[in-house]
Design a binder for this molecule. Structure first.
Ligand SMILES: [Zn+2]
Length: 148
């Protein structure tokens, strides 16, 4: 079996942050095999700047309302909020679909790898059908935040 070895400045293993003396070992598909000390890892370690972390989960999202980002006044109360959301549902579908795509890209960029999308219509289904066609967040060499 072939492996990849990652040595970040810090490694979050899901329960604690380990210092830079640790190496995460994965198979070539990204399945985590082990976390070992640097001295146990041997050669071929890829050094990463920043924190290596499991991907984040957005457990409650309304992708269909992405087009309303920054369009709802804050601190106006629940009634005004709901009225604004309901009245804002009637945008051109292309604008809504574009906002959904942009929101998903923004979440991936920030390390969110799974979303609980609360749907009241089918507008976000097209984006969901694209699943598996995107590169994982950790593949970007410029990022200093790495997800597994
Ligand atoms: Zn909600």
């Amino acid at each position: 079996m072939e492996y990849r070895k990652f040595k970040p400045d810090y490694l979050f293993d899901g329960s604690q942050i380990l210092n830079g003396g640790h190496v995460l070992i994965s198979d070539l598909k990204g399945k985590i095999i082990d976390v070992v000390t640097e001295s146990e890892a041997g050669n071929g370690t890829e050094v990463l700047k920043g924190i290596l972390s499991p991907g984040f989960i957005n457990a409650h999202c309304h992708l269909e309302l992405s087009h309303l980002k920054n369009k709802i006044p804050q601190k106006t109360g629940l009634v005004d909020f709901v009225v604004t959301v309901i009245s804002g549902r009637h945008f051109p579908p292309d604008e809504i679909l574009s906002a959904i795509e942009n929101t998903e890209a923004e979440m991936l960029k920030e390390g969110i790898v799974a979303v609980g999308d609360i749907c009241n219509n089918t507008l976000s289904l097209l984006q969901k059908e694209k699943k598996g066609k995107k590169k994982p967040a950790h593949s970007s060499p410029k990022k200093e935040q790495h997800m597994f």
